[in-house]
Structure formats: structure tokens, C-alpha cells
Write a protein that binds this ligand. Sequence first.
Ligand code: NDP
Length: 318
Amino acid sequence: MKTLPFKNGDTMPAIGLGTWKSKEGEVYKAVMEAIRIGYRHIDCAAIYGNEAEIGQAFKDAIESGLVKREDLWVTSKLWNNSHRKDQVVPALQKTLKDLNLDYLDLYIIHWPVALKEGVGFPGSVEDFLSLDEVSLAETWEGMEQCVDQGLARHIGVSNFSMEKIKNLLTTARIHPEMNQVEMHPYLQQNVLLNYCKNVNIHITAYSPLGSSDRPVHLVKADDPVLLKDETVASIAEKHGCSPAQVLISWAVIRGTSVIPKSVSPERLHQNLEAASVELDDDDMAQISELDRHFRYVNGSTWVREGAYYTTTAELWDE
Ligand code: NDP
């Protein structure tokens, strides 16, 4: 399995397991099965509401000798309601308790969005905090304390535009090492990818298969279906693999890590096996033509009249 190298010698397996929407009663089995068949990178988040069940799987997998803690790469994310500097370490401590771990490999700011304490998702504009009041620089200081205290080996961000990263770099004491963003053939983000490469920030590609199980409020009737793309299907046929494997292999070849979500044993296996699918230059050229700057997770949840972001263009700086 290809890995992404970090400055301190750590390595992140390029293919990991996503856990958003992996339900109670399903996610324990999925994570156990994933570890059993060789996944060593699991992507979690406090807001997914399933960290305690994932933590039980980690505990059982480690105690039974299936895997050693040091061979797992575990990422989790700071939720938007804990962005004040003094809220960050406690939020991570809660995540660690749920995950049955004493450190994370990577902790990232989930969104460049701040909500009031206790708010999961905003019901009204009153639930937001302005980033003028709680800046991303302040939140980053809290993230740095997580490293200082040995609770996270690496820290980074998610859903950050180039502009937001540039701003963060002007104040950061500890360099961010990851930006986790939506990335797939319909949203290739070449400029962001190249910028991040130049400033030594890795990219993790989320929703790499087009997030077909995303919540209904994010689904529109005319949304393109990535797994049914004809070009992807024809490349899959050529290699005798599935469209999902083409999409995962494409992400790995571009030097990103990639975290397809599945709770099905067959698809977990298939997605990991994508590591051995080798796309050629012609395949990559054909896929590069598919870019249409289309987001499945469009950030509309964070946009409201009177809130810090009033348009998605402001959120994404585009
Ligand atoms: P994905 O693009 O990974 O798609 C998941 C869907 O694809 C599920 O319905 C899954 O079904 C199905 N699927 C999985 N494997 C296959 C396959 N081989 N063939 C056909 N269908 C398949 O969507 P996500 O949005 O979940 O993104 C992946 C992960 O990225 C998340 O789970 C999360 O960890 C992270 N993420 C992070 C975000 C952030 O803001 N930082 C936002 C969004 C995602 P089934 O489970 O039944 O197999």
C-alpha cells in the first residue's frame, strides 16, 4: 500500500476507511472487518456520532492482537461548536475517550465555520459565531496545544480554501500537515492540490465515490452520479475492475490519500484492492476531462443571511 510521508517519519496509508453515515450497529462490524482485511487508516469525526462504537472496535482489535495501535492511522475532526481556543483540547479528549485511544495520528478542524457551544447543526442564524469573534487563528492555537500535550501527532484542516490556508500560515506556530477536502473526477481541484503540495500540506480526498448515501437535503434530482459515469465505466471495463476502484486508484495516483466509506464486507474488500489497479496515462488523461467543479457536499449548511458566510462562494473563496 502506498503511503503519504510526514516530516517526523510517520506514514499515512493512502487508502483509508470513511465512517460518515456508518450507522450504529453497523460501524463496529465494518471497522473490525476493515482492520481484519488490512485497512490501517480510519477516518472519524466527533459529529458522526459513532466514535464510541468505533472505539469499541479499536479496543477489541488491539486487545485480540489483530492490530497494534502503532500500526493504525486514526484521524478525527474538531466540530464547529468547539472552536474557542480553550474548547479544543477538551473536545479532543472526549474523542479520545470515545475512540479508546490515548493519541490521534491526525486531528483536523472539520470546517472553517464556528457555531455556539452545544449546537450540532445550526437551526437559525443565532447559532453561528462570527469568525471575526472566534478566528481560525485562535482555533489553530487550540489545535497546537493538542500537539504540545501529545494528544495528536499531526494537525490539519478540512474544507479550507487556498486563501484560508494562506491566512492560517501567517500565524501558525505548528505547520498544518493535511487539508481534507472533497475531491474526485467531477471536482479535481488542481489549483488547490498544487498549492498544498508546494506548501507541504497533504490532501485527503473525501466523498471519492460521489457520496451516494449523502443526506437528502444535499441531493438534487439532476446531480451527476459519479459511479455511473461512462468514461469511468469504460476504464473499469478495460482493467477488469469496478468503477469505484478506478476512482480510488485515480486519487492514489494523484498523490492524495482517499477515504471511501463502506459498511459492506464485499465493498470494503474491493475498495482496498483498488491499490493494485494501475491506471495508465491515457486513463488519467480521459479522467482529467471529466472535471466540472461539482460538489456533492456543497457547504450550503453553513450559509445564511446574517451569518459569517452569506454565500457558498464566500465559504469556498471562489
Ligand atoms: P463516498 O464517496 O465514500 O461514498 C459512500 C457511498 O458509496 C456509500 O453509499 C457506500 O455504500 C457506497 N460504496 C462504497 N464502496 C462502494 C463500491 N465499491 N461500489 C459501489 N458503491 C460503494 O462518500 P462519503 O461522503 O461517505 O465520503 C467518504 C468519507 O469521507 C466519509 O465517510 C468521511 O469519513 C469523509 N468525509 C469528510 C468530510 C469532511 O467534511 N471532512 C465530508 C464528507 C466525507 P456502502 O456503505 O453500503 O458500501
